[in-house]
Design a protein around this ligand. Sequence first.
Ligand code: NCD
Length: 311
Amino acid sequence: MIKIFKLKNIISIKDFERSDIDYILDEASKLEDIAKSKELSDELKGKILGLMFFEPSTRTRMSFETAMKRLDGECIGFENSGSSSVSKGESIADTAKMFEGYSDALVIRHELEGVSKFISDIVDVPVINAGDGAGQHPTQTLLDLYTIKKEIGSIDNLKIALIGDLKFGRTVHSLANALGLYDNVELYFVSPNELKMPQEILHDLDQMKMSYTEVSKIDEIIDKVNILYVTRIQKERFGDINDYIQIKGAYIINEKMLKGKDLIVMHPLPRIDEIDSDVDNTKYNKYFAQAENAVPVRMAILKTLIKNNPK
Ligand code: NCD
């Protein structure tokens, strides 16, 4: 059977079928050696990636850049709106149109939900959502799934706890939606009452007949799960900083809690205090491997979208 990837843009993980996810994960594993620079590739020679980062980023931006460079392509762009003409009052639409003229695909991060979708409607090159406010972060989910498959062998039949800021955390929104495509996955949502998973996502999971349980304490689930997926409380999305101060430090994972357990710890990073550094040198730590896996996965995404949609 010939496998194809039919999406032109990566805006929401909800646009994916399981076969689309499998396609990217398979491509990524074929590109691992190049990602680690054991081999060379010129797959995207002469191509240019436009990076429009209106919100801060370390891993996402750097791994997209690394991915493009490993495929012999180049990157242009800005790291914050202050260094683009948006700060002079140019509209996002005009800025995106300029980038379309200069590049073969666009990667966009913005604090408002829906901005990547809006841009994908007005440009002809592929658009990749690298995080839109508290909405979605689909490429993070692809690398999360890649990491799960690599570390555990399969994404089916797992019990996974998503912990922390489930209200504003876009990585857990995309991940929960994606896990609904897999068989016999049980989700546990661990959060303070104020930061519960949005109703909209629970509704999606109900539609997909997905099993989930909402709890407020890690103790209730730690003996049941294969994965603790920990997230940062998203300080920048709180209207009132005092609400953040009340909640911060709600969950902290340390080595003592994990002793003797058969599970892995993941985190999209950056972490603040949710995972004690004493976990870093244990077998449980898969968050650094997860960050490294961003390169082959984003290589697979760029190669597929740019080759499938030549200018
Ligand atoms: C996440 C994000 O930007 O949503 N970071 C990332 O892309 N790895 C998580 C976060 O900022 O907490």
